[in-house]
Ligand binder design. Structure first.
Ligand code: B4P
Length: 189
């Protein structure tokens, strides 16, 4: 059973690789971004709360995000392992996750960081905007803001997991299959 996080800037391949990792390990992928987008599409109260932040590339307030993750982690399918994609994204969320895991009496096995250079990230997101039409990919200011928030909020949080000895870094550049192979090598270690 594996309990893990995948972290990295927008466009680094988190969502893409999560699906593959979870198929291989037989665990559930929980993407905060996907949950927000599904709720925005469905017009739920959570969606209405999150939309302005997601569209602008801002983080949805911690109070909303933490509550949503705690609820999702309590579902039966997460009892046999999970991969959290896009959460936590700042130090306050790390603290909240620590408390949730303590209440569940479980701990993380590994935190996987995907790296890629800024130019490549922007090109990938622009390409996805053409294919999928996500509002936050179509707006250059929102893309810039997401990348900026990664540097200021998320990178310091990753250092926390590094100091706990949980972090494994994988180069996210190159063919998608090659990146998956690199990840699986690291996870099997
Ligand atoms: P996310 O859904 O997490 O969006 P993302 O950072 O862009 O990553 P995503 O997983 O979608 O993309 P990927 O890198 O796989 O967040 C969206 C928004 O939700 C945030 O801005 C925020 O508002 C909100 N949110 C989410 N979590 C939150 C939290 N914890 N707290 C507060 N707010 C939160 O892929 C990008 C593209 O690259 C894809 O098109 C893919 O095909 C392509 N790609 C992937 N790997 C590639 C490769 N090796 N080569 C070429 N292309 C590749």
């Amino acid at each position: 059973m594996t309990r893990m996080l995948i972290v990295g800037p927008a466009g680094s391949g988190k969502g893409t690789q999560s699906t593959r990792i979870c198929q291989d390990l037989g665990i559930v992928a929980i993407s905060t971004g996907d949950i927000f987008r599904a709720n925005i599409k469905g017009g739920t109260e959570l969606g209405r709360e999150a939309q302005q932040y997601v569209d602008a590339g801002e983080l949805v307030p911690d109070s909303v995000t933490n509550r949503m993750v705690e609820d999702r982690l309590s579902w039966d399918d997460a009892a046999s392992g999970f991969l959290l994609d896009g959460y936590p994204r700042n130090r306050a969320q790390v603290t909240a996750l620590d408390e949730m895991l303590e209440r569940l009496d479980v701990s993380l096995d590994v935190v996987l960081e995907l790296t890629a250079d800024r130019e490549e990230l922007i090109q990938r997101l622009k390409k996805r905007a053409e294919i999928e039409g996500r509002d936050d990919d179509a707006d250059e200011d929102a893309i810039r803001r997401r990348l900026e928030l990664f540097d200021t909020e998320t990178a310091p949080m990753i250092a926390e997991y590094e100091s706990r000895g949980l972090l494994r870094r994988v180069d996210g550049l190159g063919d998608i299959d090659d990146v998956t192979a690199r990840i699986m090598d690291v996870l099997k270690d």
